[in-house]
Design a protein around this ligand. Structure first.
Ligand code: ATP
Ligand code: MG
Length: 452
């Protein structure tokens, strides 16, 4: 292919690092979303939705100039129509805080918020690392005590439990307060300067701008140096230590195991006191499925009245991948009823009957084909079987003339022969189908009881 043709063909494909969620994956995503919503309700968190685009300056201010995100990962552009500098959101906290300040949400007290949606970071795409990915996040705004740090950690544990995920481990650290970090930073820079000859480019760049991040290095050659570096925790004062101990006490009382990782610093600048990550060994290098902590300075830094805050964000793609890895696939949700029909008059009756069944809360799929003709009875029944429906409702010419419908049970004990088929007056169809569904569920439960 010529270069132009290759380019043209590429332009009609998805953007690199940005994925489609295909129908086959929908049950997994929906299982995650359902579990997340019910967990968030259980803790009294309310949803907030903010635009996908914000002023670039919001993220520069909110995330920090010397972070990976702001330095090299943002999708920023100039609005061609009015010259505004805009950015596709790389994370959710800055916008949630922006909105909270803008709409004065804390006027009547602290707020527990959650959000979900796509985030954008220009990174090298690989397993678990994409350019458009999705996060679920929670932010507890206006609470200062260690009880809320512990609460947001318990929330994550509850979600893993609800999803059936095991072996996700919790790492915990405290970043103390700014003055404590400053004292540590001085010592740390002195220490790191002694390793100039082995530091990689990234680390050299961060040595004076963000030395804590040097300890976050994934470079194997630097691990020993990082392990022996002065530990921030040794620089914490009484108050910071008491807060950290408070969090740990609640976690222990709730039987949440954790490991203190003195090198855990998190990628974003705005954290203080508690920071944590949830990590799995089953996803290779991209094993962090959630991270969070306290960010008390942020609200004031962004122009709000000073208010403490903490929160977390989880990477949904990584969690979906882990669910897949652990074979925690839910069954694809089939429909309840598949409508089989033959002839124009029957198609119309079928359409009416389907609406009545849906009125009663059932999920109903109408048989339809690419050529607009309904096809043979046999081919329709094949579709009905493939749909996963519990029942087929069959309306042909005879049924239309008699004002009836045939109800056939699918997925019955003897699949080859199919289940019983009953002729039902059209006016009693809804009642009959619901009754038959209840019977089928009860029969299934009895079978399960017998097996136990
Ligand atoms: P990492 O160290 O893996 O780059 P991070 O510190 O940049 O992560 P956060 O900003 O804390 O990540 O985002 C919270 C979560 O969002 C991460 O723990 C991860 O699960 C997920 N995440 C972050 N970046 C990506 C990405 N590019 N693709 C998919 N998921 C991501
Ligand atoms: Mg990152």
């Amino acid at each position: 292919m010529s270069e132009d043709k290759t380019k043209a063909a590429k332009a009609l494909q998805g953007v690199k690092g940005m994925n489609d969620m295909l129908p086959a994956d929908a049950p997994l995503w929906e299982m995650f979303e359902d579990a997340a919503r019910s967990m968030l309700r259980a803790y009294g968190y309310q949803q907030i939705r903010t635009p996908i685009v914000e002023h670039t300056q919001l993220f520069v201010r909110g995330i920090g100039e010397v972070t990976d995100i702001v330095e090299k990962e943002m999708y920023s552009f100039t609005d061609a129509l009015n010259g505004e500098n805009l950015t596709l959101r790389p994370e959710g906290t800055a916008a949630a805080v922006r909105s909270t300040i803008e709409h004065n949400l804390l006027y009547d007290g602290p707020k527990r918020l959650w959000y979900t949606g796509p985030m954008f970071r220009h990174e090298r795409p690989q397993r678990g690392r994409y350019r458009q990915f999705h996060q679920l996040g929670a932010e507890a705004l206006g609470f200062a005590g260690p009880d809320v740090d512990a609460e947001i950690i318990l929330m994550c544990q509850r979600l893993w439990d609800d999803l059936g995920l095991v072996g996700v481990r919790l790492e915990l650290n405290s970043l103390g307060q700014a003055h404590e970090r400053a004292a540590h930073r001085e010592e740390l820079i002195k220490y790191l300067e002694g390793f100039q000859d082995i530091l990689d480019e990234d680390s050299k760049r961060r040595l004076y701008t963000n030395p804590l991040r040097v300890l976050d290095t994934k470079n194997p050659a630097l691990q020993e140096m990082a392990a022996n570096a002065p530990k921030l925790i040794d620089f914490l004062g009484e108050e910071s230590l008491a807060h950290f101990e408070g969090v740990q006490r609640i976690l222990k009382a709730n039987n949440i195991p954790f490991k203190i990782n003195p090198r855990l610093v998190r990628g974003l600048d705005y954290y203080n006191l508690t920071v944590f990550e949830w990590i799995t060994d089953k996803l290779g290098a991209q094993g962090t499925i959630a991270g969070g902590g306290r960010y008390d300075p942020l609200i004031q830094q962004m122009g709000g009245k000073p208010a403490p805050a903490c929160g977390w964000a989880m990477g949904i793609e990584r969690i979906i991948e882990l669910l897949r890895e652990e074979k925690l696939q839910p069954e694809a949700a089939g429909c309840d009823v598949y409508m089989v029909h033959q002839g124009e008059a029957a198609a119309l009756q079928s359409m009416i009957a389907a609406e009545r069944l849906r009125d009663a809360g059932l999920n109903v799929v109408m048989h339809a084909t690419p050529d607009g003709k309904s096809g043979s009875f046999k081919s329709q029944m094949k579709r009905a079987d493939g749909s996963g429906a519990a029942f087929a409702v069959i309306i042909g010419e005879d049924e239309t003339a008699a004002g009836t419908a045939q109800v056939k049970q699918l997925r019955s004990g003897n699949a080859a022969e199919g289940g019983p088929q009953t002729s039902v007056p059209a006016g009693e169809l809804v009642e009959f189908v619901i009754g038959a569904m209840v019977d089928a569920i009860e029969a299934e439960e009895e079978l399960e009881d017998d097996e136990q």
